[in-house]
Design a protein around this ligand. Structure first.
Ligand SMILES: [Cu+2]
Length: 124
């Protein structure tokens, strides 16, 4: 892509759960949109795992916690979107390495308007 990346976001509180090689983990964060227009987050990827999916946890009729894949999320203008335990999260599928507390790795988020945004994630 040619041009400047003007990311009008503050992404704070980024962390991942520990995980084992071959297993899964989850990443959480708060994305604050400083722009007057919404933006759509539609993809994420990381070299640490085979693939990253956007998931939402929910309680089914019997009170069991389940999760489902979500195609995209919209970050509201002058607002925020929270990825947090019990709700939306990034699912790291098939970790290529162990994720232990204190470790850091890179992840890329893809937005329709702002393009690719690279972030650092710390394992808590
Ligand atoms: Cu999940």
């Amino acid at each position: 892509m040619i041009g400047f990346l003007i990311a009008s976001f503050d992404i704070v509180g980024i962390w991942a759960r520990p995980g084992i090689k071959g297993g899964n983990s989850a990443v959480y964060m708060i994305i604050k949109n400083n722009d007057t227009l919404p933006d759509t987050l539609y993809k994420a990827e990381s070299e640490i795992c085979k693939k990253v999916e956007i998931h939402k946890s929910y309680e089914d009729k019997r009170g069991r916690i389940r999760m489902k894949k979500v195609g995209f999320v919209v970050i509201p203008p002058k607002g925020e979107f929270r990825f947090e335990p019990g709700s939306y999260h990034f699912m790291l599928i098939k970790l290529k390495r162990y994720l232990r507390g204190g470790k850091r790795f890179k992840m890329s988020l893809y937005f329709k308007r702002n393009g690719k945004v690279d972030i650092d994630v710390e394992v808590k």
